[in-house]
Design a protein around this ligand. Sequence first.
Ligand code: HEC
Ligand code: HEC
Ligand code: HEC
Length: 472
Amino acid sequence: MRIVTNAAVALSAALLFALPAQAQTSDKPPANAEVARGQYLAKAADCGACHREVHSGGPAYAGGYVIASPMGDIVAPNITPSKTAGIGTWSFVDFERAMRKGERPDGAKLYPAMPYTDYQGITDADMHALYTYFMQGVQPVDTVAPKTQLPFPFGIRLIMAPWNWLFRSNTPFKASAGLSPQAQRGEYLVQTLGHCGSCHTPRNLLMAETQSKALAGGDVGGWHAPNITGDPISGVGGWSQSEIATYLRNGHVSGKGVAAGGMGEAVDHSLRYMTDPDLAAIAAYLKASKPIRDPAESKPDFAWTDPRPVPLSAYETGDTHDQAAVGDSSTTDGAVLYAGGCASCHGLDGKGTKDGFYPPLVGSSTTGAANPANLVMTILNGVSRQGADARSFMPSFASQMSDAQIAAVANHVLVHFGRPDRSVSANMVADLRNGGPKPLLLKLMPWMFGIGGLIILVGAIAAARRLRARYA
Ligand code: HEC
Ligand code: HEC
Ligand code: HEC
């Protein structure tokens, strides 16, 4: 988002419209109950994060948003009911085919940046409500979104056919037996509309979600979407149900963590609009989901709560609240950089402000994580997110600090406030700046082309010999 956005291919009802946030969109007011339900479902399914929303600039669902996938830029199309630029001429069957099978009415295959493998399980009733909303509740916009042009071989949409055959399920969603009705509702929301697995489930060599490790943690454009299974150490089993629901609604919860990157976008575009019962259902399901433990972990990310005090002498070279130190390209002293760039909000002691508005860096899932990627990504990109409670903003340091400086300040945070057995190198920062480690598939591409080229060459030589033999 930039989920899938900065990222990798992925790539998120009883009180229905009592939510004041609805007033922020210029969608037509719901004409009837079906349209209203569809509008809520579109929020729950996060269609606006990719197809655009009013508050992210531009008319709702008019497309044009560029998803930087590892294969290249994929543009989200216009899905308003415009007959010339959108899906205004599509029947329900056409719409359902795109949503469940990833195919356009002309049969062209969609890339799974559109999360149809998850939407596949949406119930018929919800699918109808979504269609009704897009046809009757969304303003038509007659501007065609730019076309996606991926490099060879990904530009050939037909390559998705075998992929779909391998990885797209055709079976309707069925809730797991043994879960409470509340957790079953949560399971439906997580696995279909919420498409949480598009970020939180690790992907295999061919970039499909590894179902045996559902929700055990995935990488999205430099960010790590953590393990959110019910495991008390590696997952969110140690969060209370209400802490999870609060995190999803507001994007932060004291003593656990903050939602930045794609998760910030999921909160901003989708989760903050959801009803309390639905958020509670999602939380109940995560806690009840099959626990998956990373054997290398022995305590939860948020449990690194013992700050190791910073001797004041560490700051002696720097003027405590001097932003100039950040601009000083010669400084790679983490303590000085922290004092100049971070302490004004997070405190010299890393404990944030008393009201929690500026969060503590001690005892947070970002600074205690086994993988320090999100710490680096937060410093690079900052935080900019609207939650149900408030707006959260932390500046981005990407253009102010070099890779070495970001590594230094991250290491200062890890050693003093977070998980001291982890460290960050300048190379790691450089990698994350460029969207994170590339999936194996892309790393193998040059080899595959090499091998492909060799096969063609050998074939050509063999053919030439045969021709020579025939005409000699
Ligand atoms: C994570 C980003 C993302 C989300 C979330 C998402 N889409 Fe898409 N969608 C895309 C992209 C990207 C494409 C184009 C893919 C391609 O070019 O192959 C697309 C294509 C489509 C198409 C086909 C349009 C056409 O002209 O080809 C429809 C219809 C559609 N999306 C509807 C929806 C609806 C409805 C939702 C919410 C329920 C939704 N999408 C959520 C990214 C997303
Ligand atoms: C676009 C990718 C994306 C989607 C979709 C997404 N997440 Fe996340 N999620 C992330 C990232 C990245 C983080 C880490 C954020 C951070 O630390 O700033 C995260 C963090 C979380 C956390 C906190 C975990 C921890 O240990 O700190 C929870 C809980 C969570 N997500 C639940 C969900 C649920 C439930 C859904 C579906 C409704 C969902 N996420 C959808 C990317 C995503
Ligand atoms: C202008 C104030 C401000 C400055 C300066 C600032 N931050 Fe932040 N930081 C914030 C806010 C606000 C949040 C997000 C709070 C929320 O979402 O509720 C945040 C979040 C974070 C988080 C995520 C915490 C978590 O629990 O997941 C980390 C890590 C972080 N900042 C590190 C830093 C570092 C390192 C620096 C210096 C390079 C820095 N910040 C500078 C205000 C600031």
